[in-house]
Design a protein around this ligand. Structure first.
Ligand code: KIV
Ligand code: ZN
Length: 390
């Protein structure tokens, strides 16, 4: 099986539909330009029936970025599909993405439809879309809580109706890596080998990345994800995590993506400027602390050899440099290093004094700024020269 994994970015659709993340058309266009530089294979730009803004975003991105494969979402009904097709009319490489829920819980309480009705509507929607575009994706919403035999039946039927990609969403982030891997392996075996099996994992149990990786190992070849992991509730699988897990652990995950990893941090930063929040400080790959070291033992090891405490060179994801954060856990090596960087090389005796002054100060604070370190150096070095001259 080919080891190419396609990255389907839904930052501007699933990501945007979560609290604090809505973006104007102009903002979506700025983000789309960055996602193109990042090298995503498919960019889902919106849900055209949902709002005039979503329609305009899909239409504008389709016009401005002819090289991009642009996706538009539609429920499995004629009105939605017509609207999505209209928004995609100018796209050089349109992807129509249609979905319907398949779990009994959704059928009974939300759709009030039988399994047969859902199956028929799914096939009709795919058939209708295939008449207009040659790249149609079908998603079985709430797939992980769907009867697996019925899920296989739906996936086979939509593939026969023309869907080139069948997407298996863990809509409520309920699955676990072993269970999800088995489900995907079963579906891959049940399909013809030509249909791309995709996954779309939500992070309600913090397992979105692990589940996506398990799916790749089981034969999925498209991952739906977002920058910074934004998305409904606890978010979607984070693009940066799945891509860097593959890039870093080629020994366990011998797959390829088209992502230009140096653009990951710039994309994360741009998104943070466009929405109302950035990633948590300890967020993998793109968080403020992802390449910061504070503990003395770590700083000492890092200064001797970066790889003692870093599995990724920050420059490979576009982070300019690692940071040694000076705080009460820091050691002499890091403090000496910082003194030199700040233009104050210190002797061994001076360093002892500066270090003592620094630890006393840091004990009272959450973090120490460079200006404060300079003050401590000046004070302690002056005190040292006075003592030497007396
Ligand atoms: O989470 C989900 O099920 C979705 C589908 C529309 C793909 O976002
Ligand atoms: Zn989703």
């Amino acid at each position: 099986m080919d080891n190419q994994v396609f990255i389907f970015d839904t930052t501007l659709r699933d990501g945007e539909q979560s609290p604090g993340c809505s973006m104007s058309v102009d903002e979506k266009v700025r983000m789309a330009a960055k996602l193109q530089e990042l090298g995503v294979d498919i960019l889902e730009a919106g849900f055209p029936i949902a709002s005039a803004g979503d329609f305009a975003a899909v239409e504008t991105i389709s016009r401005f970025f002819p090289r991009l494969r642009v996706g538009a979402l539609a429920r499995a009904c004629a009105l939605d599909i017509e609207r999505a097709l209209a928004a995609l009319a100018k796209a050089k490489r349109p992807r129509l993405h249609t979905f319907i829920a398949t779990s009994d819980i959704h059928l009974r309480f939300k759709l009030k439809k039988t399994r047969q009705q859902v199956l028929d509507e799914a096939c009709a929607a795919v058939g209708m879309a295939c008449k207009e575009v040659d790249d149609v994706e079908f998603s079985a919403e709430d797939a992980t809580r769907t009867d697996p035999d019925y899920l296989v039946k739906v996936c086979r039927a939509v593939a026969a109706a023309g869907a080139a990609t069948v997407n298996i969403p863990d809509t409520v982030g309920y699955s676990t890596p072993d269970e999800f891997g088995r489900l995907i392996a079963g579906l891959v075996a049940a399909l013809d080998g030509k249909t791309v099996v995709s996954v779309h994992c939500h992070n309600d149990l913090g397992l979105a990345t692990a589940n996506s990786l398990a799916a790749i190992q089981a034969g999925a070849r498209q991952i739906e994800c977002t920058i910074n992991g934004i998305g409904e509730r606890a978010g979607n699988c984070a693009l940066e995590e799945v891509v860097m897990a593959i890039q870093t652990r080629q020994d366990r995950l011998p797959y390829r993506t088209n992502i230009v990893s140096e653009q990951i941090y710039p994309a994360s930063q741009l998104l943070s400027q466009l929405i109302t929040f950035g990633p948590q400080p300890n967020k993998a790959i793109v968080g403020r602390n992802a390449f910061a070291h504070e503990a003395g033992i770590h700083q000492d090891g890092f200064l001797k050899e970066r790889t003692t405490y870093e599995i990724i060179d920050p420059r490979t994801v576009g982070v300019p440099a690692s940071r040694l954060v000076l705080g009460k856990h820091s050691g002499r090596h890091a403090l000496r290093d910082r003194c030199e960087h700040l233009g104050y090389p210190v002797t061994r005796d001076e360093l002892d004094l500066v270090y003592r002054g620094f630890i006393a100060f840091a004990d009272r604070k959450k973090g120490v700024l460079d200006e404060e370190i300079v003050d401590i150096i000046r004070k302690e070095v002056q005190r040292y020269s006075r003592a030497v001259n007396e």
